[in-house]
Write a protein that binds this ligand. Structure first.
Ligand code: NAP
Length: 259
């Protein structure tokens, strides 16, 4: 793996006084985004399906001196979504940033042999839950607020073995445009499309010869890190991106995507 520049990232304080919710944020990319927003001054609301994971993630960030609050939220559960928004508003009084990061990839079957129940689950968690969460959040979103949706490089070219997952990520590119139109000018909506990031979700990347093979596909000669994704998400969520909406930022080390 090519050496990552070992320099201390200079982190600003772009989210001072802001309140940020990150879904699926007890590990991996979501956790890194929550940490980054917290380090930049946000009050951060951590969430995922399991109370134990939420507690542990909250503890880790509190130990770094960050202002953090945890709420259990399985994104396809209506009551959980309601709780996530209501408890955030009860505690912090407003919402400035929502990062919609949860996704599943429950099957490696070819499309023509994927069960209807799996197709429904992919749609429900990877696409529909973002819309429903934003319906819940909309009345509380501040002027100048920002949504970041986590799509994937797979959205540009759905690969066999994760084709329907890729298609849901393609849908998020369209969803980003549609929400940006509907929510302007109060709220900006953008997306990040990560490349290969070795997390639990993408364990296949590190299987067998996976690391070297996937590194070679990138122009920068390395896999992505959750912190790489967090830097991009924080940029889009911040006022540095105040004239950007409806866009998707590919953070994939130069993996082929589009011209
Ligand atoms: P990860 O490290 O495996 O983390 C997944 C997180 O999601 C955990 O905190 C998990 O906690 C939570 N979670 C899972 N299902 C959930 C649900 N239904 N509702 C709420 N929380 C849920 O995964 P990751 O790689 O960071 O993936 C994050 C996002 O990046 C996903 O949208 C994925 O599609 C996207 N992405 C990843 C890669 C990659 O190479 N890693 C590439 C492109 C895009 P609990 O178990 O407690 O729920």
């Amino acid at each position: 793996m090519a050496k990552i520049m070992d320099m201390e990232t200079k982190i600003g304080r772009r989210f001072e006084g802001k309140v940020a919710i990150v879904t699926a944020s007890t590990q991996g990319i979501g956790f890194a985004i929550a940490e980054r927003l917290g380090l930049e001054g946000a009050s951060v609301v951590i969430s995922s399906r399991k109370q134990k994971n939420v507690d542990e993630a909250v503890e880790k960030l509190k130990n770094k001196g960050l202002e953090v609050f945890g709420v259990v939220c399985h994104v396809s559960n209506a009551q959980h979504r309601k709780d996530l928004i209501q408890k955030t508003v009860d505690k912090y009084g407003k919402i400035d940033v929502i990062v919609s990061n949860a996704a599943v990839n429950p099957s490696v079957d070819p499309l023509l042999r994927t069960l209807e129940s799996i197709l429904d689950k992919l749609w429900e968690i990877n696409v529909k839950a973002t819309v429903l969460l934003l319906q819940e959040a909309a009345p509380h979103l501040q002027k100048g607020s920002s949504i970041v949706i986590i799509s994937s490089i797979a959205g540009y070219n759905p690969q066999p073995a994760m084709a329907m997952y890729g298609v849901t990520k393609t849908a998020l590119l369209g969803l980003t445009k549609a929400l940006a139109t509907e929510m302007a000018p109060v709220t900006r909506v953008n997306a990040v499309a990560p490349g290969f990031v070795p997390t639990n979700f993408a364990a296949y990347i590190t299987k067998d010869e996976g690391v070297a093979a996937n590194e070679e596909k990138t122009l920068l000669g390395r896999l992505g890190t959750p912190k790489d994704m967090a830097a991009a998400a924080a940029f889009l969520a911040s006022d540095d991106a105040c004239y950007i909406t409806g866009e998707t930022l590919i953070v994939a080390g130069g993996l082929p995507s589009r011209l």
